[in-house]
Design a protein around this ligand. Structure first.
Ligand code: GRF
Length: 215
């Protein structure tokens, strides 16, 4: 059996959500926190876009928000170093990327190994990158879906936590497929974060095992 390289903590956690856009996955995580399905609080919502709708909604809800302007930093490394400071200063346990449109530097990935998760709108390792719903249609796959995974330095390639599949229909457009996938995103992303703080996620080698409650 592969060596156990990580076991998620069973604790009331502190989450930071990073987003660049509308923030529907942020809202799904927020709802799950509110109804007690995730044993955590959202301690920060961070964005690289001042006017990201998700950031504005978080602010309206009274959550702590932070806009970090990429233009004020000389390099991606400097930007991500500033992020590391913000995250460490707030004792954040888990970063949830939710439509955050920047590639993380290796330094940031390493600083928070197994403490950054992402949602991707395809069944990884198929279709990493952008515009993946259209790519799935163009390729002619019969199923696509979404993937919650740990973030590693190689984009979209960290250990897979949960996936959900949806059919790709013959008359699908990018928008109709994206909408079908999004329903599943809103289901499995909060579920994965809930499992994380229930102490039920274990990584062996590059495989993630979901432990029984109380295991
Ligand atoms: C989602 O499709 C997610 O899978 C991808 O970016 C999109 C973000 O949507 N990473 P939203 O901002 O959460 O509504």
């Amino acid at each position: 059996m592969d060596e156990i390289v990580f076991r998620s903590p069973r604790k009331k956690g502190r989450i930071a959500v990073f987003l660049s856009g509308r923030g529907s996955n942020f809202m799904a995580i927020r709802s799950a926190v509110e109804r007690g399905a995730i044993d955590a609080e959202i301690s920060l919502v961070l964005s690289n876009k001042a006017d990201a709708p998700g950031l504005l909604r978080a602010r309206d809800m009274g959550l702590e928000t932070l806009f970090l302007d990429p233009k004020l930093f000389a390099s991606r490394e400097d930007y991500d170093r500033a992020i590391i400071g913000e995250i460490e200063g707030r004792r954040i346990d888990l970063i949830c990327l939710a439509g955050y449109m920047r590639v993380l530097t290796p330094g940031l990935c390493e600083a928070f190994k197994y403490r950054i998760v992402n949602i991707h709108p395809a069944l990884l390792p198929s279709f990493p990158g952008l515009h993946v719903q259209q790519k799935a249609i163009d390729w002619g796959v019969r199923f696509s879906g979404c993937t919650v995974h740990f973030v590693a330095a190689e984009v979209d390639m960290g250990p897979i936590i949960l996936q959900a599949a949806v059919p790709v229909l013959q008359d699908d457009t990018e928008d109709t497929l994206a909408a079908r996938i999004l329903v599943e995103e809103h289901r499995i992303y909060p579920e994965a974060v809930g499992l994380y703080f229930a102490g039920r996620i274990e990584v062996r080698g590059r495989r993630v095992f979901i432990l029984e409650p109380g295991a």
